[in-house]
Design a protein around this ligand. Structure first.
Ligand code: SAM
Length: 302
């Protein structure tokens, strides 16, 4: 395989590797080296990753929608748990790309120990533009671009490797919806980190190991690079890259779907007014309490 790589690579311990030279990206990889995200539990196996993935409505619907014999790219896959979820019990070809080799090593280890043959890992920086054009049927990029030096440029680069009629799912921090997290961040700077255990609803509900809670705190409150975005901004990125808007969470329009069964069906793009109002509503619902991540799905035009 690796016909999806257009630049010369080295294969190191089973991972297709490129040199990471950018100063900002290096800052980020140093950060994830100490707190791999998301972390594995000692007893994780195919079954536990499958259960975890199926509990995530977005991931479950995405996997269902993909079907079989497709080429899927996860950008910023970290420790690869989602790529692994997508690969289990399918004949899809999964590629997980991330600049943090320490995270990819965990992914590779898990894939090898669980005999997963349809997943490959690429150690690269998006900005090094290592992927061929028009190759992938689906691109998943959640929680990544807001940790890069230039999210818009990163999106332009990624879009090139998406096929015509291919789908892209993007998850980013919302400029309005993340207000509660930003407030908690400043309060914890004044009153100390312990306050987060009282104020952060996700942290209060996380019935997981100390490592996972620490990884969440580091990722949400102490990240070296973070930017905030809006629905309208992403719509303009889509337009520039010949990508049609399909759906978003929160919705762009005033119509809401509860079960996400129709996540990949085209929805109305709404108005500036409906989009702003829906982003404000994030502050008061679980999207805002979970860090203000919003999702936009697009489909590349012919
Ligand atoms: C918050 S983690 C998200 C991991 C995973 N997508 C998830 O949702 O669990 C952000 C990931 O983006 C990756 N990342 C940061 N800068 C990147 C870049 N320039 N190119 C590709 N990935 C990058 C990091 O290494 C890290 O694994």
């Amino acid at each position: 395989m690796a016909s999806y790589l257009k630049k010369k690579f080295e294969k190191k311990n089973g991972v297709f590797s490129f040199d990471i030279n950018d100063t900002n990206t290096k800052k980020v990889t140093e950060f994830y080296k100490t707190t791999p995200f998301p972390n594995y539990k000692e007893d994780d196996n195919k079954q536990t990753i499958l259960e975890k993935g199926n509990k995530n409505i977005l991931a479950r619907q995405f996997k269902k929608f993909i079907g079989y014999q497709k080429k899927i790219l996860e950008v910023g896959c970290g420790t690869g748990q989602l790529s692994i979820f997508f690969s289990i019990n399918t004949n899809n070809e999964i590629v997980g790309l991330d600049p943090t080799i320490d995270s990819l090593k965990l992914a590779k280890n898990f894939a090898d120990n669980n005999d997963l043959k349809n997943i490959e890992l690429v150690n690269a920086d998006i900005f090094d533009d290592v992927l061929v054009d028009n190759y992938f049927d689906f691109i998943w990029c959640n929680g990544v671009l807001h940790h890069t030096k230039d999210p818009k440029l990163a999106f332009d680069i990624l879009s090139k490797s998406l096929k015509s009629n291919g789908y892209i799912l993007l998850g980013l921090y919302n400029k309005i919806g993340r207000i509660r997290t930003i407030l908690r961040k400043y309060l914890s700077k004044i009153f100390g980190k312990k306050l987060l255990y009282i104020l952060d609803p996700t942290l209060k509900n996380l019935k997981v190991s100390k490592e996972e809670r620490d990884a969440w705190i580091q990722d949400q409150y102490f990240h070296p690079i973070e930017s905030l975005h809006t629905l309208d901004e992403i719509l303009s990125w889509f337009k520039k890259n010949n990508i049609d808007f399909i759906n978003s969470i929160p919705s762009c329009d005033f119509e809401f779907s509860q079960d996400y069964e129709d996540l990949f069906e085209k929805k109305a793009v709404g108005t500036l007014y409906s989009r702003i109002l829906n982003q404000i509503s994030m502050i008061f619902n679980k999207f805002g309490s979970d860090g203000g991540l919003f999702i936009v799905i697009g489909k590349k035009k012919n």
